[in-house]
Structure formats: C-alpha cells, structure tokens
Design a binder for this molecule. Structure first.
Ligand code: GDP
Ligand code: MG
Length: 301
C-alpha cells in the first residue's frame, strides 16, 4: 500500500482568526489528553453533503462535490498535519443505490479501512428533507452490522443545508428540532438502542451549512440561523466524543471478514443452553423426583 501523504494543514489559515483560535485551542486540548491523531469516517447516502463537509472542516477544496452524484467510486483519506497533530478524514461513496443499501460499497469501505482506527463516525444527512424512511433505518443497521454498535459511541449526526428555509407555517427552530428528533429516532432504532440507553448516552447532532452563501458573524465566521459559528461547534463536538471515555474502533481483519460483530456473542448460545440444561433443568428434575418419592412414601403411611 502506498504511504499516506500527510500534508501541512494549510487550509486552517483560510479560516477567520476567531475560528483559527478556537480550533487550535481544541486541538491543544486533545494533545493534552495525549490524542495526537484523529481519524474521522464520513458516511451517509449520496448527495447529502459528505464531501462538502470534509472540505468545510479542512477549509480546502480537497474532494470533488457534485449535485449530480458523480461521487468518487471509492473511499479516500485526506490527511493534514498541524503543530504535531494529524487529522485524517475519510470520505466515502454514498451507501445507497437504486433504493437499497449497496453492500458492495460497504464492503469496499470496510476493506479500505483495514488496519485503520476510527476515532469518530460522522453520519451525514440533510436538514432540508421531510421524511425518514425504512432506507435510513437500513443504512444505520448496515453501519452497525459492519463496525459494531460501539462505533456509535463515537458517532455524531451532521445535518447539512443548515441554513434552509422551512416550509410555510413552521419556524426554523421548530422544523430543525422536529427533523433532528426524527433522524435521531431512526438512528437509535437502527442501532438497536433502547430509549433509556439513548438518554444515558445520546448521540450528538450538529447542523452544518457548506454553502458559500452561508451567513457570517461580525468576526467573519460562518454561522447558522441561531447565530452559532458551526465549524468550531462541530470540532468541539468531535473533541467531546473523542474524550467521552469510549474506545476507538480498530478495523482489523476479523471485523472485515468475520461475522457481524454484534452477533459474536451468539457463539456462546450453545454453551449457555448446555449450562442451563445441566445446572437448571437437571436440578429441577431432581427436585421433582424427590418430591414424587416423598409423596409416595407419605401415601404408604
Ligand atoms: P456527497 O455526495 O454526500 O459527497 O455530497 P456533496 O458534498 O457532493 O454535495 C452534493 C451537493 O449538495 C453539492 O452540489 C453541494 O454543493 C451541495 N451541498 C452540500 N452541502 C450543502 C449545504 O450545507 N448547503 C447547501 N446549500 N448545499 C450543499
Ligand atoms: Mg461525495
């Protein structure tokens, strides 16, 4: 495999000074915690803004974006270094084709990730869509089946087109919170998480606006309709997820070739059944036998 080219992160200087300061502060916080490399895996349907979000985070036009779904057919990792810190972002092709999760694309992504460690999963969708459906559920399930449920402890949901205008009759806040709740619900269901579990370890959601027409604040930072500068906000969420005490996901051969990681526990089922037979069923049988014997004896008298 060709060595990965790590270039200096020049794009950081393209950000307004206020954003640069916040980003360097966050990277410093990670280094303080001995995190000097960060690998972010970007996944989602085609055309939702995965590549655009990668470009926005790096402030460079590194990967091609397209309104017509002409995505690169394979994953690509972009690496940038800054002050002893390396940021890797892996852009992937859309997971859906002709209304189905494309297993070949998923396989391609898994193979590409072999021997890499994923620190953060950025699951991208659009804010300006009105429905979640079974396909969304299938995508989340497919990601969970491929990398294990625990990848979502490192997950962030990013909704692009954060500056959209909601349909008549709904305020922006109302629309954004309804859409966010609907997406998070389908994500929770796709992972197979109980509500209580989700409340304990919720998956953060961020809004993103990749368009060049994004509004800016007085410090020239791109802001969402709520006035928040979203790039530092997203990087802040990323650092929180990295430092939340959960494990990164090492994509080893077992994960790529092996059975569904969520079903590995099922190998123990025969053992558990045998245990139950000898220690529970046998015992109950003995009790019953003793009971019958006692009964007979008492009848004799
Ligand atoms: P991908 O297929 O998921 O990688 O999506 P792309 O990044 O190629 O984006 C698809 C199209 O949506 C492109 O025309 C982008 O310019 C556009 N796009 C992506 N993100 C946003 C966003 O946040 N706001 C707006 N207005 N357009 C976006
Ligand atoms: Mg793309």
């Amino acid at each position: 495999m060709a060595a990965q080219v790590v270039r200096e992160w020049a794009g950081i200087q393209q950000f307004p000074a206020a954003t640069q300061t916040k980003l360097l502060e966050l990277l410093g916080k990670l280094k303080q915690e001995n995190v000097s490399t960060l690998t972010i895996l970007v996944m989602g349907k085609g055309g939702v803004g995965k590549s655009s979000t990668l470009n926005s985070i790096l402030s460079e036009r590194v990967v091609a974006t397209s309104a017509f779904q002409a995505e690169p057919p394979r994953p690509i990792m972009v690496s940038r270094a800054r002050a002893g810190f390396t940021l890797n972002i892996i852009d992937t092709p859309g997971l859906v084709e002709a209304g189905y999760v494309n297993d070949q694309v998923l396989d391609l992504i898994k193979r590409f990730l072999l021997n890499k460690t994923i620190d953060v999963l950025l699951y991208v969708d659009r804010l300006d869509a009105y429905r979640v459906d079974n396909l969304d559920l299938q995508i989340v399930k497919a990601i969970t089946d491929s990398f294990g449920k625990q990848i979502w402890r490192r997950g962030i949901v990013a909704l692009t087109h954060g500056q959209m205008s909601p349909p008549d009759g709904l305020s922006y806040d109302e629309f954004a919170s309804k859409r966010s709740a609907a997406i998070l619900k389908v994500v929770r269901q796709g992972i197979g998480m109980r509500k209580s579990e989700f409340q304990k370890t919720p998956i953060p959601l961020v809004l993103v606006e990749n368009s060049g027409r994004c509004n800016k604040n007085e410090s020239d930072e791109k802001i969402l309709p709520n006035g928040e500068a979203w790039i530092p906000g997203l990087v802040h969420k990323i650092t929180e997820v990295v430092l939340n005490g959960s494990q990164s996901i090492l994509v080893d051969k077992k994960l790529v070739d092996g059975p569904n990681p969520n079903e590995r526990g099922k190998l123990f089922i025969p053992l558990i059944l045998a245990f139950q037979y000898f220690f529970v069923v046998k015992r109950i049988e003995n009790w019953i036998r003793t009971d019958i014997r006692k009964e007979r004896r008492s009848k004799r008298f």
